[in-house]
Design a protein around this ligand. Structure first.
Ligand SMILES: Nc1ncnc2c1ncn2[C@@H]1O[C@H](COP(=O)(O)OP(=O)(O)OP(=O)(O)O)[C@@H](O)[C@H]1O
Length: 382
């Protein structure tokens, strides 16, 4: 483990006393749509980003992630709430505080990096320095641009134009431009959304290692859950302007707090029903396929609920091979996906998806099962 990653691990401990780089509190932003209706793009959002942390804002189109990012940057003015950067309040709706973007000591990387096509890599990186007030001297600009090129590992690219560089090199130049001023906070607005899947994967890995190495804090907007899982120390899953869950990727995946989060991150099997009883360690629902036992949940008997479980935790057994959660089904599809196979089985109208090698051909009668501890029982709504 490098010093940097040790630091990061330490930072992720709860009870961390370090001053956050970003603290937003009670942010609200409403827009009036063309038809006169009001869209609450950001609806009472509070969160923090710690030094060196990679925070991803994840959610479907229109959930407010870009608006939140732009409020942090100072490109959008919130109706209520405050933004504090490194302990300094840069925006406070009530008190009329609103520092312009250039005084917030952060940089933003947009879709496709937005490098100036008519400028060399060197001039692209020098751009924010040459436009800074006070403007640094020529020798100073030269030294800092070279240092930034060195830092992102491309000292030889100074004289290249963007169209003479690979996607990975462009990303490095965009990052060099973002950090050249010494900012410890970089905001990303879907920088990889216009890149094809294969290259995107590569660029993601590079971005990950550069961010961990250079140690700046990042707030990164995406609607791509794979991207979020791979890059983030923590993910804020957003829906309708609100943060629905904020946690590390494993917790988001294994312990989603709501049906919304469970469905947005990864795929799930779902059985809706009514809570019929609680046992020592389980909660039991009545559903169309019979009783379903899941990890004990704090829900009233009679409440509408949903049992959620992941395809990789769902298994096939011989008839009579499971004591609980055993549903006689028929295999309706076997999809070969390369690294793994997905099997779809149906019990009446209810479909189950299973990941892994199950070795059951289409049309086979099987029993689908899942352990109660691998089943989350969540409220039906939300
Ligand atoms: N300038 C604006 N005028 C009116 N409505 C706006 C404006 N900007 C955003 N909105 C609305 O606010 C909501 C949130 O938009 P935002 O761009 O923040 O979402 P997003 O999650 O970033 O979506 P996407 O991934 O599609 O960019 C949407 O309903 C959008 O239509």
């Amino acid at each position: 483990m490098t010093l940097m990653s040790q630091d990061l691990a330490a930072r992720r401990e709860p009870g961390d006393e370090q001053e956050p780089v970003v603290r937003v509190s009670g942010l609200v932003k409403a827009f009036r749509r063309a038809d006169g209706s009001i869209a609450r793009a950001v609806d009472d959002v509070s969160l923090e980003v710690r030094p060196g942390e990679f925070l991803v804002l994840l959610g479907p189109s229109g959930c407010g992630k870009t608006t939140l990012l732009r409020i942090i940057a100072g490109l959008e003015r919130a109706d209520a709430g405050s933004v504090t950067l490194r302990g300094e309040e840069v925006f406070a709706a009530q008190r009329g505080v609103d520092l312009p973007p250039e005084r917030r000591r952060l940089s933003m990387i947009f879709q496709s990096y937005a490098l100036w096509p008519h400028m060399t890599a060197f001039d692209n990186i020098a751009y924010p320095l040459r436009n800074a007030r006070p403007k640094p001297g020529r020798a100073d600009v030269d030294r800092r641009v070279r240092a930034a090129l060195e830092m992102v590992g491309t000292p030889e690219l100074g004289r290249q134009y963007p169209n003479q560089m690979s996607g990975g090199q462009q990303q490095r130049i965009a990052l060099a431009r973002a950090i050249v001023g010494g900012d410890d906070l970089v905001l990303f607005d879907e920088p990889l959304s216009n890149v094809d899947a294969k290259v995107r994967e590569q660029l993601r890995l590079e971005l990950l290692s550069l961010q961990r190495e250079l140690g700046f804090a990042a707030v990164y907007v995406t609607h791509d859950q794979t991207e979020a899982m791979e890059l983030a120390h923590r993910i804020a899953v957003m829906g309708h302007g609100r943060v629905r869950q904020l946690a590390d990727p494993a917790t988001i995946y294994r312990r989603p707090v709501s049906r919304y989060v469970a469905n947005f991150v990864g795929t799930s099997n779902e059985l809706t029903g009514t809570v019929v009883r609680h046992e020592e360690r389980t909660t039991v629902l009545r559903t169309v396929v019979g009783e379903v036992a899941g990890a004990r949940a704090d829900l009233a008997v009679g409440a509408e609920a949903v049992a959620v479980f992941r395809p990789e935790r769902t298994r096939l057994v011989a008839a009579g091979g499971a004591e609980e959660n055993a549903w006689p089904s028929e295999v309706t599809a076997v999809l070969f996906l390369g690294a793994h196979t997905e099997t779809v089985a149906k019990a009446g109208e209810q479909s189950f998806r299973l990941l892994g090698d199950h070795d059951a051909a289409e049309g086979t009668r099987v029993t689908v099962t899942v352990r109660a501890e691998d089943v989350l029982i969540l409220p039906a709504e939300g």
